[in-house]
Design a protein around this ligand. Sequence first.
Ligand SMILES: C[S@@+](CC[C@H](N)C(=O)[O-])C[C@H]1O[C@@H](n2cnc3c(N)ncnc32)[C@H](O)[C@@H]1O
Length: 313
Amino acid sequence: MGRVVTGRWVWGGMHRAGEGLIRVRTFVQVYPRSRGKRIMVRAPVIGRAAVFLFRMSLGLRRLAPQASGCLRWLCTSREWTNFTFHVTEHNLREMAEFVHLVTGAPRETARCYLDEGLADTGLRRHVAEVTAAVPFCAFADREARFGRRLGWYALARILKPRVVVESGVDKGLGTCLLAAALLRNEADGSPGKAYALDIEPGAGWLVRPPYSSAVEFRVGDSHATLRQMSEQIDLFVHDSDHSYQHEAGEYRIIQERLSDEAVVVSDNAHKSTALMDFAASVGRDYYFCPERPENEFYPAGGIGAVPMGKSRG
Ligand SMILES: C[S@@+](CC[C@H](N)C(=O)[O-])C[C@H]1O[C@@H](n2cnc3c(N)ncnc32)[C@H](O)[C@@H]1O
């Protein structure tokens, strides 16, 4: 049996004919190699229905891990805001690369510090015990899941900052992790202090001894608090009001108070360009590391960082 010719007539371009132009109609032949595709071409209604079902199965297969992640989250977590989660091994490697690029420290060193923060059993126990003892323990998880805060930890271990500022504290998981880095730095001979700023007077309830010894709380709007601070800042972490105006305002206020080797971090860089714009305005490089939660249900964020000591290359 000869090959079945399928195709259709289409209008082509204009061709010169004598003095004028004529439109040309061409028969475009289609010879799909697979039987299924030939049927789709010859019976487009059935073809479209089959493709619709195929596309639907693709979509559902993409949603399945999120749906099962959502079920796991509903059954295993008590959190209803500021979710905490573990990140993938792939993401830890990306974070090590990010910290290496931001600080210039070897990526192996960055990875060691990420692992050090991750494996801090003392801090994990502290989080579990304090969470179990607070009145709203029914709405918080006892397991310490640091996510991208591990990036802040590695930066604090490498930079050995004298002054860290974290704007936006919530229960204080990031503050505790930063304090753990500062306490280890102190044991290594490089003491430092963290200023934890939050508008909520009750924020930072996780920050108790021994971590509280490295932390000073300032309650109030972060703009007002930052304006009152006179300390030179070595590491700044934005994690407060995530509106562009507020975040950009924080960078404007601290700009003159950053030390020469300071690093400015945004925990909101996946949603806002405020830090990227700040980097451009001061002629510095901007780096970004995406976050990849183990449970695909969580909306992933990302960390942005601007090393003030590195001129734009
Ligand atoms: C995303 S949470 C901080 C999370 C925290 N850094 C952590 O590691 O889990 C945001 C916090 O910013 C605080 N906040 C919101 N607006 C603020 C403002 N204008 N000034 C200071 N803190 C603010 C909120 O009270 C909240 O505790």
